[in-house]
Design a protein around this ligand. Structure first.
Ligand SMILES: Nc1ncnc2c1ncn2[C@@H]1O[C@H](COP(=O)(O)OP(=O)(O)OP(=O)(O)O)[C@@H](O)[C@H]1O
Ligand code: SF4
Ligand SMILES: [Mg+2]
Length: 340
């Protein structure tokens, strides 16, 4: 449908059962992905990025997970679908690319057969049509000798080539949405750039919507249209990529951006908020979840229960105290190249 968002998350909450209680790893997430739009999700390790991606794909263990809110995709709430109905969507309309290509691939099956599997399941193409399409896909993802790789097993390929095969599987049924969860972190730095270039090219060609989970703010700047910054399960800032980089407002976003070394910043003079994301059981249930990380701001200056507010068109921030916020000199941390 025209003008309808491709994916719309509304107040999504994903809670896991730990012992006898449920704890939210994703909380009150409202986010829209449009056709042909790349939405990056950034945030420290443990802030709920993968939990969010797996919620959209319906891949959490059902017996230990509670999902609330809405995940509207092509006009249907995915949270209300049966496992069978979800299986028809996953791999066909929503493609997935995970961090580690070796675990994503079946070691006992040739690469060609693994690409064909998805098309066999989701399309009515004949065997020879599927084979031709598989070879075409291998070529499209930059595999130099498609005929040869078609017959190879994953362990016979380098990490970068394996990730190309994973991407071929993800796009084989021409999905309208691809979720890429740290697609390059398991790869060498030089290969990372090649894989990101490939993803970017494919996205442009296919006009796919992409949720890109990444630690690499350089990749975000280059690829994303919109950025959601997550902290402790919540989106704390949401804006288009230029606004976010030019005018970051939430203290956490500013800290993340400060952690990128720049040529005119002297080593050791970057402002980085110290500490880590608390574990699910230790997350404060009331008040701002970030409060413990910036204890130099007096209690009364913190907002009690910050909600995500639009502070300028299409720029949302979960905090009103940001206006008074300054990094103290004493908290200037070491250079931190990676936000994980
Ligand atoms: N199935 C589960 N059961 C219980 N807790 C879980 C489960 N999956 C994730 N968690 C917890 O939820 C929180 C968010 O985890 P998640 O994997 O989404 O983080 P992340 O942002 O993807 O981190 P990383 O950058 O390291 O991949 C963490 O505290 C994690 O321990
Ligand atoms: S309420 Fe206080 S701790 Fe929370 S984000 Fe705003 S300034 Fe930071
Ligand atoms: Mg993760």
């Amino acid at each position: 449908m025209e003008n309808q968002p491709l994916l719309q998350l509304q107040n999504l909450r994903t809670s896991f059962r730990i012992q006898d209680d449920y704890y939210a790893a994703v909380d009150d997430v409202t986010l829209t992905v449009n056709e042909n739009e790349v939405v990056a999700i950034v945030g420290e390790s443990g802030c709920g990025k993968s939990a969010l991606a797996l919620s959209v794909m319906g891949l959490h263990p059902l017996d230990r997970t509670k999902l609330d809110g809405n995940v509207n995709f092509n006009g249907r709430n995915l949270l209300s679908l049966s496992t069978g109905e979800m299986n028809k969507i996953r791999g066909k309309d929503i493609g997935m690319i995970f961090q580690d290509p070796l675990t994503a691939l079946n070691p006992l099956m040739t690469c060609g057969k693994q690409i064909e599997e998805s098309m066999n399941y989701h399309t009515k193409l004949s065997g020879s049509e599927i084979k031709a399409k598989t070879l075409e896909l291998l070529k499209k993802v930059g595999i130099p000798n498609p005929e040869r790789t078609y017959k190879q097993y994953p362990h016979e390929l380098s990490g970068g080539m394996r990730q190309r095969v994973v991407i071929a599987i993800a796009i084989s049924c021409e999905p309208s949405l691809v979720i890429a969860d740290e697609p390059t972190t398991a790869l060498d730095v030089t290969i990372q750039a090649q894989i990101m270039d490939l993803l970017k090219d494919l996205q442009k060609q296919m006009k796919t919507g992409i949720i890109l989970i990444t630690h690499d703010l350089g990749v975000v700047a280059e690829m994303a249209d919109k950025v959601a910054v997550m902290y402790a399960g919540e989106i704390v800032e949401l804006a288009d990529v230029n606004t976010l980089f030019k005018n970051p407002l939430h203290p956490y976003t500013r800290s993340l951006l400060n952690s990128i070394p720049s040529t005119n910043t002297a080593k050791g003079r970057l402002h980085v908020i110290q500490g880590i994301v608390p574990s699910l059981q230790k997350l404060p249930r009331k008040g701002c979840r970030f409060k413990g990380r910036i204890n130099w701001v007096p209690d009364h200056e913190h907002e009690e229960n910050p909600v995500l507010r639009e502070v300028e068109p299409n720029h949302f921030v979960r905090c009103t105290c940001y206006k008074n916020f300054e990094f103290p000199q004493s908290d200037i941390g070491e250079i931190n190249y990676d936000i994980s």
